[in-house]
Structures are given as C-alpha cells and as structure tokens.
Design a protein around this ligand. Structure first.
Ligand SMILES: C[S@@+](CC[C@H](N)C(=O)[O-])C[C@H]1O[C@@H](n2cnc3c(N)ncnc32)[C@H](O)[C@@H]1O
Length: 181
C-alpha cells in the first residue's frame, strides 16, 4: 500500500514537471516568436474554401501548431497530404496524437524544428497563421521555391507584396488568398 502511494506520488510529480516544462517552453515560444493559437475547423474550412482546395492536393502549414489546419484539409477537403512544421515539440506531439486518433497519421506529416531552416516541401496550397513580420520573412522563400500559381492562404495577417486574389471573412477575422508570381 505504502509503495503504491509512493509510485503514485512520483507519477504525479513527473506529470507536474512535464506540464511545467510544456508551459515554460510555450511561454518562451510566444515571447520570442509566434504564440500557439490553433485554427479550428470553422475558420479552417473558410480558409480552404477561399483557396479552393481540391481532393488529392497537398497543403503545407508553416508553423502548424497541433496540426489543426492540416486535419481540416485532410478530413474535410480530402487533401492527399498535410505537411507541417512546428518548433515546439510538445505542441507537435499533440498534433501527432490528434492525427493518430483521427486515423489520418498516414496523411499528416508534422516535422519538428524551425521552418526557416528546412528545404521547403512541394505544395499546392500553403496555409499560414503567423505574425506579419514572420510572414514577411517567409515571403521571399515562398516566391523563390514555389512555382507560379501556388496558392497561399493566410488567417488574419497579410503578406507584404504577394498578389492578393481574394479575401473572405470568418467569425470576424479576415482571410487572404494570394497566388505566387
Ligand atoms: C498562431 S499558431 C498557428 C498554428 C496553426 N498554423 C493553426 O493555424 O492552427 C503559430 C505556430 O507557429 C509556430 N512557429 C512560429 N515560428 C515558427 C518557426 N520559425 N518554425 C516552426 N514553427 C514556428 C508556433 O510555435 C505556433 O505554434
């Protein structure tokens, strides 16, 4: 009985330590970069309607959080692949778990690390929800690596010089669709 209590206490302590680590790293990410704010289905759907996402296409989310946008793309629009990059390991694990629970692990590829340091993957649609300064830094890379006509859809924040095709609104937030030159 005493041993069981001890094991339980150690388990609770480990859990608290993990939660603390998660919170501290999340605060650091928010302070020095872009905080994690997931795009749930109702806004994600509007974004992909705006981008006219078709079944079989590939979506890339730079700064994918828990993969919310990619899950919407795969589950609701039949995207063949959703590729995301997330700098916070804990948030990425949540995304991997969500993809597994939804039964779409084979279609969701969540990579860890900084997306400014990776080779950009192929995409039909790029989806982002980042701060304007981060999108401004990403913009030249998108122009350099993606073919003309690639669609870029953004929640709330604009890209500085991409060709704006259409805008839309979802629950009071602006959504922007661009096409790469
Ligand atoms: C506002 S959240 C959006 C999450 C997701 N795109 C969505 O709409 O549900 C932005 C995410 O980008 C991540 N992030 C910011 N800069 C990053 C970078 N350079 N590399 C990888 N992830 C980054 C943050 O950790 C955060 O989880």
């Amino acid at each position: 009985m005493y041993t069981l209590l001890l094991v339980l206490l150690v388990f609770i302590q480990l859990l608290l330590l993990f939660a603390l680590f998660f919170l501290v790293t999340m605060m650091a990410t928010a302070l020095f970069g872009v905080p994690w704010v997931p795009t749930r289905d109702r806004i994600g759907k509007k974004m992909f309607e705006l981008a006219e996402l078709k079944s079989g296409e590939t979506v890339v989310d730079f700064g994918c959080g828990d993969g919310s946008l990619l899950l919407t793309a795969v589950k609701k629009f039949g995207a063949a692949k959703g590729i995301g990059y997330e700098i916070h390991p804990g948030i990425r694990w949540i995304g991997l778990l969500r993809a597994r629970i939804a039964g779409v692990s084979d279609k969701i590829d969540l990579q860890g690390g900084n997306f400014f340091k990776v080779e950009l993957p192929k995409a039909d649609v790029v989806a982002t929800y980042l701060f304007p300064e981060t999108q401004a830094k990403l913009e030249p890379l998108l122009k350099k690596y993606y073919p003309s006509g690639t669609r870029v859809v953004s929640r709330t924040f604009r890209y500085p010089s991409l060709l704006l095709i259409k805008t839309s609104e979802a629950h009071g937030e602006k959504l922007y669709l661009y096409k790469l030159p």
